[in-house]
Design a protein around this ligand. Structure first.
Ligand code: 2AM
Ligand code: CA
Length: 268
């Protein structure tokens, strides 16, 4: 992506993310019209939909040739990665949003010809913005995030994962997963994949594992994390595909192979 054009897109994306966050904060105490999607715990609210529509309208107005992949389906369904694609989760961590009114994020990743160029993850209630332009550094607000250390042992690592997958014996043997949890120093579930990837980037977590996520959950986080030397793949070690649902194993560079080898032993 041409560098001046990328700056303009980045500035617009940042402005719209802050605006969307402000609208969410103003409206979150109104009735949320909570509905379910794929299952009883897969929630969506009027603000998920409204926020995605907000982005789609802004983007289509200013950048009519850009495409959009969004969680709530107001965007496009691109089959190829040609051109510029915005991958948007209007509220990542919807369950947290509904139940706790915190620990949710707006996640916007922007790809150009398949390359992740821009990532924004806005922790709305903490008013913290993680942001990256590929090759220009990853930031938490104004603070640049250092490259991740290659000196880290698994028994000193804190790993993010959804506890649901610990009870799920279909994809990875749960005894292998339990052994993994005993090996690491601590496991955490924050409930927003976007924030959990940002937490690896800023050293709050050392790894993150989920068995099924969609492109909008992870696009911005992957771009951010890769900028500080983090490694991302699926649980079989293959490269992430921005057009597909997949498992995700993300970690600092010291631990990725070690975790992958453990999970592979229990892979079904
Ligand atoms: P969401 O809040 O946008 O749905 C929770 O562990 C993380 O997994 C969140 O980032 C959540 O995104 C994501 N996720 C993806 N599919 C999910 C599903 N079917 N149910 C709950 N969380 C899901
Ligand atoms: Ca999501």
């Amino acid at each position: 992506m041409e560098i001046h054009h990328r700056d303009t897109v980045y500035q617009d994306a940042k402005k719209w993310v802050y605006e969307a966050g402000k609208i969410i904060k103003e409206q979150m105490n109104n009735p949320l019209n909570i509905e379910t999607k794929s299952n009883a715990n897969d929630l969506v609210t009027i603000l998920d939909k409204q926020t995605e529509k907000f982005f789609v309208e802004k983007i289509k107005d200013k950048y009519p040739d850009h495409q959009i992949i969004g969680e709530e389906g107001y965007g496009d369904q691109p089959k190829e990665l040609d051109g510029t694609i915005w991958v948007i989760d209007p509220i990542d961590g919807t369950m947290n949003f509904v139940h706790q009114k915190k620990f949710f994020a707006i996640s916007v990743g922007i790809l150009h010809n398949g390359v992740g160029e821009i990532g924004l993850i806005y922790d709305v209630m903490n008013d913290t913005l993680y942001h990256v332009k590929k090759g220009e550094g990853a930031f938490r607000d104004s603070q640049q995030l250092p490259l991740l250390s290659r000196n880290k042992q698994l028994n000193e690592a804190i790993v993010g994962m959804n506890y649901f997958w610990l009870c799920e014996n279909r994809l990875v043997d749960y005894q292998v997963m339990q052994g993994f949890i005993r090996t690491v120093r601590g496991a955490r579930t924050y409930g927003s994949a976007a924030l959990e990837l940002a937490y690896i980037a800023d050293g709050t977590l050392d790894g993150y594992l989920s068995m099924r996520l969609s492109p909008w959950d992870v696009a911005a986080g992957i771009i951010l994390l890769q900028e500080v030397g983090g490694i991302v793949s699926n649980i079989d070690g293959n490269e992430w595909d921005p057009l597909k649902k997949s498992s995700i194993l993300a970690s600092n560079p010291a631990l990725h192979k070690t975790i992958l080898d453990i999970i592979k032993k229990g892979r079904k």
